[in-house]
Design a protein around this ligand. Sequence first.
Ligand SMILES: *[C@@H]1O[C@H](CO)[C@@H](O)[C@H](O)[C@H]1NC(C)=O
Ligand SMILES: *[C@@H]1O[C@H](CO)[C@@H](O)[C@H](O)[C@H]1NC(C)=O
Ligand SMILES: *[C@@H]1O[C@H](CO)[C@@H](O)[C@H](O)[C@H]1NC(C)=O
Ligand SMILES: *[C@@H]1O[C@H](CO)[C@@H](O)[C@H](O)[C@H]1NC(C)=O
Length: 361
Amino acid sequence: MKLPVLLAAAAAIQAPLVQQSLTRLVEVDGQVRRWMSEADKRKVTDTPNLGSFAHLRSAAKPTYPALNHSHVIRPVLDTLSTQHPKENLKEFTSFTTRYYQSETGRQSQQWLLSRISNITAEYSSETVKDKITITQFKHPWGQHSIIARINGSSTTDDAIIIIGAHQDSTNRIPALPSPGADDDASGTVTILETYRALIAADFSPVRPVEFHWYAGEEGGLLGSAAVAQAYEVEGANVYAMLQLDMTAWVKNGTREEIGVFTDAVDPSLTEFNKKLVDAYVDLPWVETTYPGRACSDHFSWTQAGYPSSSYFEGAFENVNRNVHSINDRWDISPEFSFEHMLEFSKLGVAFAVELAGWTQA
Ligand SMILES: *[C@@H]1O[C@H](CO)[C@@H](O)[C@H](O)[C@H]1NC(C)=O
Ligand SMILES: *[C@@H]1O[C@H](CO)[C@@H](O)[C@H](O)[C@H]1NC(C)=O
Ligand SMILES: *[C@@H]1O[C@H](CO)[C@@H](O)[C@H](O)[C@H]1NC(C)=O
Ligand SMILES: *[C@@H]1O[C@H](CO)[C@@H](O)[C@H](O)[C@H]1NC(C)=O
């Protein structure tokens, strides 16, 4: 990964001063040269105690249905807009950093919780409101993960559909700001728009649907590992997990497309996700891989033995090179596209409805 000249210079000056062991250039699978911090390195190693029961679940892998809800999904897609994601992202990226151990990282989490609560109050009808619980999943470092759950109508089928993103940000040089507009304010507000549109449409899922905003992803998938572990210990039944980490960037001169990660994911759920792209958005999908195994929070669920998947802003070689720097902003390049993000909000709606069902449907 090519560092902007200014940043490279700053890194050289500041490196001895910062506590966190800083960046090193790592070559992964001979493909891409990447700057990795200690935390990044932790992402590519296993989380202890996660997946103790994974072998039990792998014996009973779920299968995924043929798509049959377009009549209820299409009207919801028409209500999605870039307006809310724009407002939400501008405010969310105004915190100096959302680093999980920082004071502003704690404040940004409280802001997000408040925004989710306000959206729930403003957009949900009484019927859907009664089915929603918003909880903080507490972590010792102070920035908590947030879970918004819409209960399902079924009394016999409790298999959960999870759509996740991470709320924290980081800078390779921890002393510098990290607006994290693409990584991962984009995913955060993308799934918030999915949530808003579904509750505004009086969504009545058969199975429970949960939206997760993880803390501490950049510290090594910390929030999602804690949540996945708790679900595993409870014996929760997770039908499908979708992670959206970076949804905004369309590299100049490249074809706009939906990246579909094929590593560290469930293959049949990933095939299902390709069908969602074919059916519900006007962009092609492209298979892609992350150099190394653990690109984002879906890996925590994979490790726990649950079926997980991930869409990405495009092919990994066209990734936003500004991540983990002061330049991960929405306002410095037209390559940061709210219209592109909207396509992922659509896919979130389709994922939730096709997998959870809709009692009115
Ligand atoms: C969709 O298909 C599933 C099985 O694949 C079935 O259980 C469900 O009733 C169908 N829903 C509709 C609306 O046709
Ligand atoms: C949520 O609504 C309350 C009451 O109107 C307001 O004070 C607060 O700023 C809102 N929070 C966010 C994040 O917009
Ligand atoms: C949702 O379902 C869970 C599990 O059945 C239950 O404990 C919880 O009270 C329900 N929440 C709401 C808001 O109905
Ligand atoms: C995109 O590429 C075109 C053609 O190479 C160039 O003229 C334009 O300035 C580029 N735009 C950005 C935002 O980099």
